[in-house]
Design a protein around this ligand. Structure first.
Ligand code: FES
Length: 315
């Protein structure tokens, strides 16, 4: 049974959005979204934010009503759900949703964030967790991410976070180790990235909460430093240099061959999570051009015809 306080509703957004126009027609639906909340104003506000973005939005005032939609054959790319609902709370609801559709993106919203609810939610592989009040931009970002992951990810693939309670607890351990030290953010981010593999928004928010920092500050640092990534990586990360010295020695052809062989684009991960692909501007080894770095191994003086042989080392 949930222990979140009852009483007055938390504000939904940082601004009142009820005057935002709802798009009447969209030539192309970006994704199908179900918003579940017992407060009609939340449903209306989310619809008014998401519909103009090209999403087809349905709403439900309870978990059971939403589950009936799924039972009736409706399919959604992302479900945005509140935790505190009277008939069936959001955690129970998400557990039922996962049985019916293991791959749907779930974005959790709550006016009463707690470590307990976050940990429970993480075991259900949520896309993001938004404490109220949140901005329309955050809602759009989370839903877009959910739709993108739903479209790209294999059922257990690199789309939905491989997150669980144990990982959340380890993040807390990392934060606790650095919390009282000056300049704690960078080492916390480094260790968190080593742990999770990348720094998606939900992890950034977890760190911001733990270090008592604004999410914008954490996001700013993650965006600024190139060694932090917000995208998942494969077991082996391949970086192809497109800097001038490598480019003139046909590194673009090597990149094209890798894309073709792995059947992924730059910034993507293979469905088996084995490889991810990046392009970079100069790896500092111009004398060895053209250069490809796999994990920490530098492969230089490659021939575009035989370059794919480097993959044999990682089979
Ligand atoms: S341009 Fe490729 S390593 Fe410098």
């Amino acid at each position: 049974m949930r222990t979140e306080p009852k009483g007055a509703s938390a504000p939904v957004f940082e601004k009142d959005l009820l005057n935002f126009p709802v798009a009447k027609e969209e030539s192309k639906v970006k994704g199908r979204i179900l918003v579940v909340d017992d407060e009609p104003i939340v449903l209306k506000s989310c619809e008014r934010v998401l519909a103009p973005e090209g999403f087809e939005v349905e709403t439900s005032e309870s978990g059971p009503d939403a589950l009936r939609k799924l039972d009736n054959g409706k399919s959604f790319d992302v479900i945005v759900t509140d935790i505190k609902m009277p008939e069936m709370d959001g955690i129970e609801f998400m557990a039922e949703v996962r049985k019916k559709d293991p791959d749907v993106g779930i974005v959790l919203i709550t006016g009463y964030p707690s470590q307990e609810s976050i940990k429970e939610a993480l075991t259900l592989r949520i896309v993001d967790y938004l404490p109220k009040p949140f901005s329309p931009a955050l809602l759009k970002e989370a839903v877009n991410k959910g739709v993108e992951l739903r479209r790209k990810a294999a059922p257990t693939g690199p789309g939905v976070l491989d997150y669980n309670e144990a990982i959340a607890a380890k993040l807390d351990e990392i934060i606790a180790r650095y919390k009282e030290k000056p300049g704690s953010l960078i080492p916390v981010l480094q260790e968190s990235q080593e742990l999770v593999g990348y720094l998606p928004p939900v992890v950034q928010r977890h760190i911001a909460r733990g270090l008592n920092l604004p999410v914008s500050e954490v996001h700013g640092v993650v965006s600024f430093y190139s060694f932090f990534t917000m995208k998942p990586k494969g077991k082996h990360n391949i970086r192809v240099c497109l800097g001038t010295a490598c480019y003139v020695k046909r590194s673009e052809e090597i990149l094209a061959k890798l894309k073709d062989r792995l059947n992924i684009d730059i910034g993507e991960v293979t469905p088996d999570k084995k490889y991810s692909l990046e392009s970079v501007r100069c790896l500092g080894a111009c004398g060895l051009a053209p250069v490809v770095v796999v994990d920490k191994d530098t492969h230089g003086s490659l021939n575009p015809v035989t370059a794919l042989d480097i993959l044999k080392e990682y089979e």
